[in-house]
Design a protein around this ligand. Structure first.
Ligand SMILES: NC(=O)c1ccc[n+]([C@@H]2O[C@H](COP(=O)([O-])OP(=O)(O)OC[C@H]3O[C@@H](n4cnc5c(N)ncnc54)[C@H](O)[C@@H]3O)[C@@H](O)[C@H]2O)c1
Length: 266
């Protein structure tokens, strides 16, 4: 679309960046930002082709291939937003990694009616991959965003954590630990940067129907069934919460919002 076109909506005139935007929650957030008037939405994902496919539909959207474990790459991507659009108003960090092999082992144990035994055989590479993407990646993204937002004295950052940080799943210690680290990191940064006009909030989803959920074996998915709540949230439901936190309506909020259908409270 022409850059001079006037766009209206909750995010009119905002410049936004979304990580993990090729799929699931990040894709829903990017679409919603564009639909609600953002002047520019940068869709970043290690899956650059996937991000490009999502960016084809909504207006004002641009995709780029970005691995959040690459600190220098994250910095230059965020600096590029600054150079192109003059500022970064909103950053939603939804990039994250699961461990399908561990999930399969949990599912196998459930099917065979035996306890999960994972920790003693969890290899270093699996541990490092999950922690690098989820925790190191969040640090890189938060740092890069604060570097460009602090000089302007404004900005809204929303991090997608996980209910696993509160209710650590058996057989998933690396994921739970990485997300607990993400929560603590986001909260510590939030308390620091609020003095510079930057809000950092976090959504902790429960089971949500995304690419990550599609990699969860059915035998494990069925263990999340709870008659009190719908089986899985939609990515759009989580996106709605994330974008409430990014919006002016949440100006007085500093929150870790648990979005798990009321399975438990924190
Ligand atoms: N789906 C759930 O049930 C659920 C529950 C709690 C938390 N979460 C969290 O929500 C966030 C979004 O996940 P989702 O459910 O939409 O899953 P998803 O797999 O659909 O999307 C995650 C996206 O992150 C991208 N990504 C992975 N590693 C990356 C990297 N190194 N650099 C950049 N991008 C990378 C993937 O390519 C993918 O597009 C994640 O942080 C996830 O941990 C999901």
């Amino acid at each position: 679309m022409a850059s001079e076109e006037v766009r209206t909506g909750r995010f009119a005139d905002r410049v936004a960046m979304v990580t993990g935007a090729a799929s699931g929650i990040g894709a829903a957030v990017a679409r919603q930002l564009a639909a609600e008037g953002a002047r520019a939405v940068v869709l970043a994902d290690v899956n650059g082709d996937g991000a490009a496919a999502v960016a084809e539909g909504p207006p004002a959207s641009r995709a780029l291939a970005l691995d959040v474990t690459d600190a220098a790459g994250v910095d230059s991507a965020v600096q590029d937003v600054l150079h192109r659009y003059g500022r970064l108003d909103i950053l939603v960090h939804a990039a994250g990694a699961d461990d399908p092999e561990a999930k399969q082992r949990i599912a196998d144990a459930a099917v065979e009616g035996r306890p999960v035994e994972l920790t003693d055989s969890l290899d270093d590479a699996s541990w490092r991959r999950v922690v690098r993407v989820n925790l190191d990646g969040t640090f890189h993204v938060l740092r890069a965003a604060v570097r460009v937002m602090r000089p302007r004295g404004a900005g809204a950052i929303v991090v997608i954590g996980s209910s696993s940080a509160f209710d650590a799943p058996v057989g998933y210690p690396h994921y739970a630990a990485s997300k607990a680290g993400v929560h603590a990191l986001a909260q510590a940064v939030a308390k620091e940067v609020i003095a510079s006009g930057i809000r950092v909030n976090l959504v902790a989803p429960g089971p949500t129907d995304t690419g990550m959920a599609a990699r969860t074996p059915e035998a494990l998915r069925s263990t999340f069934a709870d008659p009190r709540v719908r089986p899985y949230a939609t990515p759009e439901e989580i996106s709605e919460i994330a974008l409430f936190l990014a919006s002016d309506a949440a100006a007085n909020l500093g929150a870790v919002l648990l979005a798990n259908g009321g399975r438990f409270t924190a």
